[in-house]
Ligand binder design. Structure first.
Ligand code: 5GP
Ligand code: ZN
Length: 136
């Protein structure tokens, strides 16, 4: 299904032209309009899914192999030094476009970006308590 007011539905399906590096029956991969680094791309399915939880399993199974293929292409063409895959779900997690997508972000020495997490030091028993919440 496509969603009428969704910009990524329009971009992925070619209704609005975009800087496409790859396209197949299920996906379009195009340059992010506000790239974090040189070659920052988005893998965008042609069908509309709000987020990862909504993503069709068959389509979802193709995302990582495609990411791998694009990562290799970008290595060949842009010689990155490292690579981040980022996929945001929900406003609080940084999602701004509510059509599933995966960021492909080539990294370069001294590129000035920083996607590091802030590690914490859990108190005694805290991890076990969370584990119990999740698996019981
Ligand atoms: P999110 O924050 O939802 O994970 O990522 C949305 C991404 O889409 C952002 O990096 C933003 O720059 C990019 N973006 C938003 N609108 C457009 C657009 O119209 N064209 C392109 N190429 N990228 C877009
Ligand atoms: Zn959409």
């Amino acid at each position: 299904m496509k969603k009428d007011d969704c910009i990524f539905c329009k971009l992925a399906n070619g209704e609005i032209p975009t800087n496409t590096i790859y396209e197949d029956d299920d996906f379009r991969v195009f340059l992010d309009a506000a790239p974090a680094t040189k070659g920052h791309c988005l893998i965008v399915p042609k069908e509309h899914y709000d987020n990862l939880a909504e993503l069709d399993d068959e389509v979802g199974a193709k995302v990582i192999p495609l990411a791998k293929k694009m990562m290799k292409l970008l290595k060949e063409k842009l010689s990155w030094d490292g690579f981040n895959l980022i996929q945001n779900n929900g406003r609080i997690a940084g999602q701004t476009v509510f059509h599933f997508h995966m960021h492909l972000i080539p990294r370069y020495t001294d590129d000035g970006q920083n996607f590091d997490m802030k590690p914490s030091e859990p108190e005694e028993g805290a991890l076990q308590a969370v584990l119990k919440e999740i698996v019981s």
